[in-house]
Write a protein that binds this ligand. Sequence first.
Ligand code: FEO
Length: 163
Amino acid sequence: MIPEKLKAALDEHVSAEVGAAYLYLAMSADFESKSFKGFAKWMRVQFQEEMAHALKFVDYMLSRGALVGWKDAKAPASTFGTPLEAFEKTLAHEKDVTARIHKLYHLAVAESDLPTQLFLQWFVSEQVEEEARVTEIVERIRLSADRPGSILYLDKEYGKRTA
Ligand code: FEO
């Protein structure tokens, strides 16, 4: 059985992952409306990844005999500014998710819940990858700042992302 305090924190985290999916779906739609088809595709894949993360938590909790206590997901904005601003917001969001995962891990240690510690290790590594992936995009967009054609090249490049 998952300790009560840890179970409550896992409940919160499911909504954080769904909230991230919701945010990236909104960003995808915004990019699409601005004809950045590639970034829109990238965000759509990101949306799918976040839903997959939420599912991992739901399935893990079920495997421990715990039903998720569902929370409201925060509605995202409809517009996110320039591609640079949108990806800076994405990076900030991923850093927030990383901090949440680390906090969950520390709680699993404090509660001596070994299975949850092991379960969370995949997410600790995943967040390193997530932050690196988005940092690269932010840096490449910044490098292209003085060359308007470059953003269209990056849009095309990142549109190659697949699930
Ligand atoms: Fe599920 Fe991007 O953190």
